[in-house]
Design a protein around this ligand. Structure first.
Ligand code: SF4
Length: 433
């Protein structure tokens, strides 16, 4: 990357590019402000203007990178900006255990995130901006705070930015949990009477945007929407950050051109199809997919959606063990992440885990299928946040995708070697209610 704006890599400046030319590693060091300015140059001033920003975002087709894959132009155009005392929050809390992309971005390119935050806050006439991160990651906190201080001295941002402390755990990145954390209400999901854009932080209209989305916006503000969408696919343009976990347990953040084949990504790590049994696509809100199907998929939201999947939190976790056992473990982990506020979540998920655990251990009857279906029906759409819906989706899809393996378990056989404990944090499968 230089001031002319090469098409790839974009965020993985300074990192190694795989021979395919579509996969790159993030840089290994933090890029300080002077270097950041020399590499990326300055954003075009007209990007700070609301109508121009909306038009460019709309032309670029950029989707949000936080998991919801919502078009950024629609999110911003839905807000009538001026004179409403808006707060903008850069969400870097990343509660998903398997995802490291937002942290990697904030560690290596904090000024690109700050640029994006500054552009958006100015265009929306916001009066305050927060950079919301997990304060338990001390080194990350120092890097981000040092970047903000450097900006105050050398190249001030157009808006005052404060760092705020996220809650910890899977649901910490949820919008209502972000608002609850900044309002000092505990950092867990809370009931919101209105959408955040109507009433959020300090009861003021609040726009929450993922940090990778802001970094992508900051690049677009230099090189334009046409450049942005010069790579990628229709409906999902540009590049994306992904966290790839290997069966060994190691994980790496990469930048890919949208649409890159998963087989290409897996091979870039020296892993063959025969070495994996399945992959978790999207993260805990995603689904387990067998190796054969995984090999045919591309990393693009429209393509994955057509296959009943989602890019989600940008996670691809490769496993070499039993998908039934993994389904049970993930649901067990999610049940332990419940904020304990909604019955279908804190009572239903442990129950769902127990049934799946029985299936994984071969204690299966026709009643097991029925009970899983019943529990999914009882839980779906009834949580205060979307977390339990992820467990429901995973349950339903694993029931249908791995039916033959379930039958093997019923006959007392498992086709896979044990392993893959890393897919959930150690000691986290604690559903006991
Ligand atoms: S669904 Fe679960 S995690 Fe979400 S708000 Fe309710 S109790 Fe909390």
């Amino acid at each position: 990357m230089n001031k002319s704006g090469q098409s790839f890599p974009r965020l993985a400046y300074g990192g190694h590019v795989a021979s395919s030319g579509r996969i790159a590693l993030m840089p290994s060091e933090t890029i300080p402000l002077e270097e950041h300015q020399s590499i990326f140059g300055s954003p075009e001033p007209y990007f700070y203007k609301y109508h121009h920003l909306v038009r460019q975002l709309s032309e670029s087709d950029i989707l949000g990178r936080g998991g919801g894959a919502f078009p950024l132009s629609r999110k911003i155009a839905s807000y009538e900006p001026f004179g409403k005392n808006l707060i903008v929050v850069a969400n870097g809390s990343e509660g998903e255990f398997l995802s490291r992309k937002d942290e990697a971005l904030l560690r290596r390119l904090p000024h690109l995130v700050l640029d994006g935050l500054s552009i958006l806050a100015t265009a929306l006439d916001a009066t305050k901006a927060y950079l919301h991160i997990d304060f338990s990651k001390e080194e990350l906190r120092h890097i981000v705070q040092a970047a903000i201080i450097a900006r105050r001295k050398i190249d001030p941002l157009t808006i005052d930015v404060s760092t705020t402390m996220s809650g910890v755990g899977y649901v910490a990145g949820n919008e209502s949990a972000v608002i609850s954390a900044i309002n000092r209400q505990g950092g867990r999901p809370i009931y919101l009477p209105d959408r955040p854009i109507v009433r959020g932080v300090k009861k003021r209209p609040t726009m929450i945007v993922n940090v990778e989305t802001l970094a992508q916006l900051a690049l677009m503000a230099r090189f334009g929407s046409e450049w942005f969408s010069s790579v990628g696919e229709e409906g999902d343009t540009g590049t994306r950050l992904m966290t790839v976990s290997l069966p060994s347990g190691s994980s790496t953040v990469i930048e890919i051109v949208v649409g890159t084949k998963f087989s290409e990504i897996v091979r870039a790590f020296g892993v063959s199809r025969e070495q994996i049994s399945c992959g978790l696509v999207g993260g805990y809100y995603g689904q387990l997919v067998d190796a054969e199907k995984l090999w045919l998929l591309r990393a693009s939201q429209p393509h994955l959606k057509a296959a009943g999947l989602s890019f989600g939190a940008g996670v691809l976790a490769l496993a070499d063990g039993c998908p039934i056992s993994l389904t049970a473990k993930i649901i067990g982990y999610l049940s332990g992440e419940s904020a304990g506020q909604c019955g279908p979540c804190y009572l239903g998920l442990p129950e769902l885990f127990k049934v799946w655990q029985g299936v994984a251990e071969g204690r299966i009857s026709s009643g097991s299928y029925l009970r899983i279906e019943e529990l999914c029906e009882e839980i779906a759409g009834r949580g205060g946040c979307a977390m339990p819906d992820g467990a429901v989706m995973l349950s339903r899809m694993s029931l249908s995708r791995f039916n033959s393996e379930i039958l093997s378990h019923q006959g007392g056989r498992c086709s896979y070697a044990p392993g893959n404990e890393y897919l959930v944090p150690s000691g986290a499968v604690t559903a006991t209610r």
